[in-house]
Design a protein around this ligand. Sequence first.
Ligand code: UDP
Length: 286
Amino acid sequence: GLCALTSIAAAWEQWLIALIIIIAVLIFRHRRKKNIQTPSLWGIKFDNVSMNYAISKARGLISNPETDTAQLIVTVNATGMELTVKDPKFYEIVKNSAMILPDGAGLCLGLKIMGSPVQERVAGIDFAEQLCRAASVEGWPVYFCGAAGDTSRKAAEILSKKFPGLIIAGARNGFFDINDTKIPEEISKSGAKILLAAMGQPRQEKWVYMHREILGKILCVGVGGAFDVLSGNLKRAPVWVQKIGFEWLYRMIQEPGRWKKNLPLISFVFRILASRIGIWHAPSRD
Ligand code: UDP
């Protein structure tokens, strides 16, 4: 019995090696010229910006809004890309947003494999923090909406200690009926110039989009689980873990219940390889 098992194991190894060689050959044969245009993936065009430039672009959106309705900045990681493939409504919202920032090591690697790398990863949580720094200098009030209990208030208070002068227009939890118009009305009345929406993707983006007219002139940023980290409730992975691309594993260890949330990472990897060798194409929607 043991003998049969070891020979099956050996056969598996050979298949795996053969598969890796086939994929490597296909990727090599389909090698593309470096794309110096906008990095894009499956119809989503990323802003190829440094953190500093992203912040100055955001400043522009606040001081010279392009519309009377709320403007949205989205941060997209590998899981977010999977959502754009599976959820046409989310795809539309992302595509029409004011800025699309590349978040996550997996996404950046995916863009590189596809031959259109971004110059820098701009993580939502870092962007939110830098935006609060700018807001504290400019006197732009910030509204914190999302996460459970008083997490948003804790996050707001920690940030206002870090950036003295930061005006907190309001803070509230993210567990409410997304069709309720009272909350966007309150946010609009609060005088906030910036809204950090931390209710998870795609909920936060769909909510902002749904109420963009009520929200009025305000710059909204979808920041996912950022308040849990900014409030100190959860710890972020050390920088070296972020750099080697294992922040998701660190998060999964802290919140073991999250493992299911990482399943899209697996399909993302397969989708990247499949689209790289040309056997899968994103649904065309334009
Ligand atoms: N969240 C919320 N309202 C909801 C569901 C979730 O405010 O109805 C919050 C949750 O408390 C967490 C944040 O959304 O702080 C992000 O959730 P998750 O980690 O699931 O999202 P991701 O980081 O994957 O975008």
